[in-house]
Ligand binder design. Structure first.
Ligand code: NAD
Ligand code: DAU
Length: 387
């Protein structure tokens, strides 16, 4: 973000602004020095981290334009007064990890659905105040959604009007959240825009996700748990491009519209892992084939022509973005080592202990060995974790 033009929305409420993508959005926005003021509302769950905003706090001019509120988007008493003094709300706050949604779905419903509802209700109240002339205009509401709402896409590219077929508790909750947001546009005429981003990567990425997990494990010569055959495909989007696209839609998006935000870098997981190991100078022998994620979506791919027509272009190639990411994790152990402690150990144990115990070696990036069986949902009365 380098432009210095006066933004349409100068007082932003950024929920989840201490997370991976939200903090990038806040850092990049404040670095533009265009006078915008940001209130971050973040519950500081295991995924939230004030250290993600360290570059802002290190710069007095930027720090003066940031206010940080610790709180829950599902808490109307906290949300109402913050929305009342905002021109726009950008909702990044979410439980965001598919594997955790399979272990414990409930938190996903509370934040990704009820939290969105509370934010929308606060915006609706402000819209009424605007209609009564008590404020200039109703706030714009941008819901940050995901390509996962389309479900697994075997061929072709999802378009914004395609059917939603989410398949995990995470993606189902995200779909519910964005459907609610859209319903407030249709029913109440609220100024709502929605983005659906693809798999994002970059600095400050929580180590529970594929790229940072494998990077940080490889730095420590720990096993890399590759699910199933590792031939699942994702479309990788550099975090600054994702944050930039969201800023672009906030400024220029048509009310009521949905915008896909693809990365344009479709890769199999094997290809991604091979590239990061090569950059780190670590061997493929660290890779272990483990039991697959239940209901694992095979592929995501989106058509980005609507966003392109709005004038947005990504700036970072996958090769450049991955190199930057690998180097950042190698150089910033002080950021990620504390995250991989405490609660992390319980999560890692639940998610990976049995998987790693039953894992097999993998011959190499391009040579998938026979797949480790995918677990099936347990049938009523059965006690196992699925075959
Ligand atoms: P993240 O998990 O890194 O960050 C989420 C942030 O939300 C954290 O700071 C957390 O503390 C905060 N939060 C969680 N529950 C909250 C609550 N109830 N109230 C207030 N704050 C709360 O997530 P991320 O990867 O930065 O994703 C941000 C958004 O983008 C999410 O909505 C996610 O669904 C969406 N998205 C992510 C990706 C991706 O690849 N990471 C891709 C597309 C869309
Ligand atoms: O597509 C957008 C989505 O991308 C976002 O909405 C989610 O918030 C974000 O977490 C991400 O979801 P994925 O499930 O695609 O990301 P994850 O990093 O968990 O996994 C990427 C791929 O790597 C996926 O095919 C599963 C695989 N994987 C992941 C982990 C954590 C492994 O093989 N081993 C692992 O240990």
């Amino acid at each position: 973000m380098t432009e210095r033009t006066t933004p349409r929305h100068q007082r932003l409420l950024v929920t989840g602004g201490a997370g991976f993508i939200g903090s990038c959005f806040v850092r990049d926005l404040l670095a533009r020095r265009d006078g915008s003021r940001v209130v971050v509302l973040d519950k500081l769950t295991y995924a939230g981290n004030r250290a993600n905003l360290a570059p802002v706090y290190a710069d007095p001019e930027q720090a003066a334009r940031l206010e940080f509120v610790v709180g829950d988007i599902a808490d109307a008493a906290v949300v109402g007064p913050l929305v009342a003094r905002s021109d726009a709300v950008v909702n990044f706050a979410a439980e965001s990890h598919v594997d955790r949604s399979i272990l414990d779905p409930e938190a996903f419903l509370r934040t990704d659905v009820l939290g969105v509802h509370v934010l929308l209700e606060a915006c609706r109240l402000e819209q009424e105040r605007a209609r009564r002339g008590e404020r200039e205009a109703a706030p714009r509401f941008l819901q940050v959604s995901t390509d996962e709402v389309y479900g697994s896409v075997e061929t072709g590219e999802s378009r914004e009007d395609d059917r939603l077929e989410p398949r995990s508790p995470y993606s189902s909750a995200k779909a519910a959240g964005e459907l609610l947001a859209r319903s407030y546009f249709v029913t109440y005429g609220l100024d709502v825009v929605i983005t659906r981003g693809s798999n994002t990567y970059g600095p400050y990425h929580h180590p529970e996700k594929l790229i940072p997990l494998f990077l940080t494990n490889a730095i420590d010569d720990q096993p890399l748990p590759l699910y199933g055959d590792g031939l699942q495909r994702r479309d990788w989007l550099y975090v600054a491009d994702h944050a930039g696209a969201i800023g672009h839609v906030l400024e220029h998006g048509v009310s009521g519209e949905i915008y896909n935000v693809p990365g344009g870098n479709e890769r199999t997981n094997r290809t991604v892992v091979a590239a990061l190991l090569e950059r780190l100078g670590k061997p493929w022998s660290l890779v272990r084939r483990v039991q697959d994620r239940p209901g694992h979506d095979r592929r995501y791919a989106m058509d980005g022509s609507r966003l392109a027509a709005l004038g947005w272009r990504n700036r970072t190639t996958f090769e450049a973005g991955l190199a930057e990411t690998v180097d950042w994790f190698r150089d910033n152990e002080a950021w990620w080592r504390p995250i991989k402690s405490g609660e992390w150990n319980d999560y890692y144990d639940r998610q990976y202990r049995a998987r790693l115990a039953g894992s097999t070696a993998d011959a190499g990036p391009g040579v998938p060995a026979p797949a480790v069986p995918t677990p099936r949902p347990a049938s009523p009365g059965s006690s196992g974790e699925g075959a």
